[in-house]
Design a protein around this ligand. Sequence first.
Ligand SMILES: Cc1cc2nc3c(=O)[nH]c(=O)nc-3n(C[C@H](O)[C@H](O)[C@H](O)COP(=O)(O)OP(=O)(O)OC[C@H]3O[C@@H](n4cnc5c(N)ncnc54)[C@H](O)[C@@H]3O)c2cc1C
Length: 333
Amino acid sequence: MNEVWTLAEQHNGQLKAVSFELLSRGRALADKLKVPLVSVLIGDGVDESRLRELIERGADKVYAVQDPKLSHFVCETYAKVLGRLIDEHKPSILLAAATSSGRTLMPYTAVKAHAGLTADCTELDIEEGTGNLLQTRPAIGGNIMATIKTPDHRPQMATVRPKSSRPLARDASRTGTITKIPLDETLLDQRVQVTGYRKDAEDFVNLEEADIVIAGGRGLKKAENFGMIRKLADTLGGAVGATREAVDRGWMGYPHQIGLSGKTISPKLYVGIGISGAIQHLAGIKTSELIVSINSDPDAALHKLADFGIVGDAFQVVPAIQKRLDQRKREDQ
Ligand SMILES: Cc1cc2nc3c(=O)[nH]c(=O)nc-3n(C[C@H](O)[C@H](O)[C@H](O)COP(=O)(O)OP(=O)(O)OC[C@H]3O[C@@H](n4cnc5c(N)ncnc54)[C@H](O)[C@@H]3O)c2cc1C
């Protein structure tokens, strides 16, 4: 049995929280298999102390391929770098986060490695006797949980939803090795050049990591009305989410979609406005710490899950909340 790998993610030299969440998943698997747990980082600008945090949060080893040419995620290049590492070390298991980059990179890498890939796993375990990875994920619209095995190919590859596990506490006494691997420039993809990012791309990143998410649904009636959601989110320092109904209508971009076929969030505060609470939407919010529902229908399913339900017209309730928050802000100044 070979190493268990988890893929770390970085942005501007900062490690993303999912890197540590994956390590807590990987740690449990590596302990069962009695093999080392490795955190693999492809990127740029992550300094020694941050790399060390990967060890302190569960990794036995870190393989870091860092170079200014890797500072932006380019799927083809990252897949070639990761593929080279896989060829050299032949890990048994490779886990990545089901983020936009993880969801793009892993299928690409799996094809190149002739390996299987199970996306969006909620549970991972090791099968007794065989040591195979048991990959459990919702199937058939979330109605059943399917457990998938990949007995014949290695690595066994899976993506895991962000916020579906907690990082291990930092333990400064943990020891491990950090191996810095220089970039082989022949692996750079010549066809793709990153020229810049759209400003609103930042929102996409924020949603899964945000402590506060204000989400809107079909009850908002039209795209322009998302303006009041964005204003509320800005006031509270939060991010904007949406239901599939709102996304399908083009009121919000897909990266804002929360739910079974969107993102899983686990903020401290989730406010759902004009959202009925369909099971597929609830799948993405149920680990939120505090859930508030604003809906004119007293029987809305989201009210039942919510810690606080406000039965009322969103177009009266939201401006009233906004007014109160603005007033409070003025008083605090
Ligand atoms: C395979 C599959 C995957 C899916 N994945 C997702 C997913 O990832 N995310 C997701 O969200 N959905 C997903 N769906 C769709 C899901 O089933 C629902 O259709 C969707 O979540 C409903 O969105 P909604 O709550 O915005 O709209 P609706 O269900 O139409 O609810 C609108 C709500 O607004 C309320 N309302 C109306 N006017 C007002 C007002 N003035 N003030 C306050 N409230 C008002 C209404 O009472 C109603 O409860 C999926 C479906 C399938 C089959």
